[in-house]
Design a protein around this ligand. Structure first.
Ligand code: C2E
Ligand code: CA
Ligand code: CA
Ligand code: CA
Length: 283
């Protein structure tokens, strides 16, 4: 080994060299972040489209690296998948969300349901449901208790990867009383026939369609069609990325069940959600 490392390396493209070095540095920073639990969860409210009552929260992972500052999950989650740490971090996410519900319960607050995001790689692991099941056993007072509870959001394109295996894994999670939502619906390669075989209770309409709602009649048609489809399959529909009152009004008129977006609340730390829970309990 020592001999090998003495051998000179020839990099012909200095920019590629720098890129590789940067990506290796990011990987090792993420290994450290995973070991030292540098991650945090923020929570975004989900509200009833008609009444605006809080119906749940989506947990979104956050990472502030000492050198890089805030790194968005869209950047580091794929790297965690690549280096095989997404399972470990995903388990931490579930544990943290349940611990948060327990903390709120102990404060005398009513903990809302929490949805966590699950990546491709996590669902591909045959151990996934069993691992989640073990975590749930540590929270008998929280999971399965009412209110509270755990949901997962799976991206549609992911769900389509290995249809049969995916449907089986999701069914295992259903048996653990976990709610399942298909995330970013409308962006993947959907097979409508396949959708009916998934044990999901909710569809989340991708933000891109909501952004087009007041702009193009095509987006409007797509949103209305997804809502009708979901209801025909006895599923709930959640609109994501709702930013304006006009969008909210149109979604209410179309019969969309729940919505989420900057209009109703940004993803925020637990303490901010706490204040919200206190306000809604004692007006
Ligand atoms: P997603 O599941 O589709 O999450 C919604 C994203 O939209 C979030 O970005 C959220 O902050 C953002 N968002 C919410 N409301 C609005 C709005 O009104 N307008 C706009 N423009 N954006 C809005 P974020 O937090 O950067 O997360 C990006 C993606 O990273 C998520 O997409 C999800 O796929 C992934 N992710 C986040 N947390 C986790 C996690 O714990 N595990 C895994 N596997 N993936 C995660
Ligand atoms: Ca999501
Ligand atoms: Ca989404
Ligand atoms: Ca997404």
């Amino acid at each position: 080994r020592a001999k090998e490392s003495n051998r000179p390396y020839h990099f012909y493209d200095p920019s590629l060299n720098a890129q590789v070095a940067r990506s290796l540095e990011l990987q090792s920073a993420l290994r450290r972040a995973t070991d030292c639990q540098e991650f945090e969860l923020h929570y975004q409210p989900k509200v009833d489209t008609r009444t605006r009552a809080l119906v749940g929260l989506e947990a979104l992972i956050r990472w502030t690296d000492p050198q890089r500052g805030i790194v968005p999950p869209g950047v580091f989650v794929p790297v965690l998948e690549e280096i095989g740490l997404i399972g470990q971090v995903g388990e931490w996410v579930v544990r943290r969300a349940l611990a948060q519900q327990r903390e709120w319960l102990r404060m005398g607050l009513v903990p809302p349901r929490i949805a966590v995001n699950v990546s491709v790689r996590q669902l591909q692991s045959p151990e996934f449901a069993a691992e989640i099941g073990r975590v749930l056993q540590d929270f008998p007072d929280i999971h399965g208790a009412s209110p509270g509870g755990l949901d997962i959001e799976v991206t549609e394109s992911v769900a389509m990867d290995d249809p049969a295996a995916c449907a089986r894994r999701l069914a295992d999670l259903r048996r653990l009383a976990i709610g399942i939502a298909i995330d970013d619906f409308g962006t993947g390669h959907s097979s409508l026939a396949y959708l009916t075989t998934l044990p999901a209770q909710a569809l989340k309409i991708d933000r891109s369609f909501i952004a087009g709602l007041l702009v193009t009649s095509e987006a409007r048609t797509i949103v209305q069609t997804i809502i009708s489809l979901a209801h025909a399959l006895r599923m709930q529909v959640i609109a994501e990325g709702v930013e304006s009152e006009d969008q909210a009004a149109m979604l209410a008129e179309m019969g969309c069940d729940q919505m989420q977006g900057y209009l109703c609340g940004r993803p925020q730390p637990a303490t901010a959600i706490e204040a919200l829970l206190r306000r809604t309990e004692r007006p």
